[in-house]
Design a protein around this ligand. Structure first.
Ligand code: SF4
Length: 280
């Protein structure tokens, strides 16, 4: 097992397995979350809270532990604005975006918004409006994800790709379901046979000898999607946008917009470096 792999865990019993050294805990019950944080504080990197945002204040996370809250839209964000403006907290939109304000309004109120789980189900034109707001609104003080991670990773030439951002990358991320079965595809994705299971008796991980769906997809890519190999965004997308989907137009448009912004930033940085800093 790779030491840096992160496990998203939907059943705190999985924490009995010492091989899970980096855990994001998923639960709708603050008392379950608090108990798990108390029992394994150093292994829990963060929490994905699935319950009512009203209960966010009951979660006793430690410094550095991230918190991701599910919200339905701008009304809920406004209602809970005070709670949701906390550091290391992101408000996750899971429903398809119905209007740009679904993300723009919470972001303008200082709430970090995460759209990654809604992108594959949302209108590309609405997402482009949100991206434009993120890129060009100078008063924005918080990130809108995954645009921010993509922009900063590309600008600093850090490795990233859409499989990791979408939490579907068995080398880096796995998901433990309530039955202690371990999957590559996050909950909500097309169900697949598990890759591993955690033995409830021994607490050890057993590999079930199956190929991760991402690997199966890549192997078939040259035959099924030959256009990917010549695609200008292949180094970031790596075929994710056509994984169980018919069209990649939405992701392609977003990635083009972000690449354009990265080029403009690099250009500005180069031009700024040409001139000496004026004496104070
Ligand atoms: S954007 Fe589309 S064509 Fe390009 S790599 Fe992704 S899935 Fe393939």
């Amino acid at each position: 097992m790779k030491g840096d792999r992160v496990y998203f865990v939907g059943n705190p019993d999985a924490l009995r397995c010492e091989q899970l050294r980096k855990v994001i805990l998923e639960s709708r019950d603050p008392s379950v979350i608090n108990q798990a944080i108390h029992s394994a504080p150093d292994r829990i990197l963060g929490v994905r809270f699935l319950g009512d945002p009203d209960q966010t204040g009951a979660i006793r996370r430690r410094p550095g532990q991230t918190l991701s809250i599910r919200i339905q839209g701008p009304d809920q964000a406004m209602h809970h604005a005070r709670l949701l403006r906390a550091p290391d907290l992101a408000a996750r939109l899971e429903q398809p975006v119905r209007q740009p304000e679904d993300a723009i309004l919470p972001a303008s109120m200082g709430i970090t918004v995460d759209l990654v789980e809604t992108i594959d189900r949302s209108e590309g034109s609405l997402l482009r409006e949100i991206l434009d707001y993120y890129l060009h609104n100078e008063s924005l003080r918080v990130p809108i994800e995954p645009f921010h991670t993509l922009l900063t990773s590309l600008f600093h030439r850090r490795e990233t790709d859409l499989w990791v951002l979408n939490r579907c990358s068995s080398d880096r991320i796995l998901h433990v379901d309530p039955e202690l079965l371990v999957h590559e595809i996050p909950p909500g994705g097309k169900p697949r046979e598990p890759l591993q299971r955690i033995d409830p008796g021994t607490g050890k991980i057993q590999d079930l000898g199956r190929e991760p769906p991402s690997v199966t997809h890549w192997k078939a890519l040259p035959d099924r999607h030959p256009g990917c190999l010549a695609c200008r965004q292949f180094s970031i997308c790596r075929g994710w946008a056509l994984f169980e989907k018919d069209s990649c137009a939405t992701w392609l448009g977003l990635l083009d917009g972000i690449q354009e912004a990265v080029r403009a930033l690099r250009d500005l940085k180069t031009r700024a470096g040409r001139f000496p800093t004026p004496a104070p």
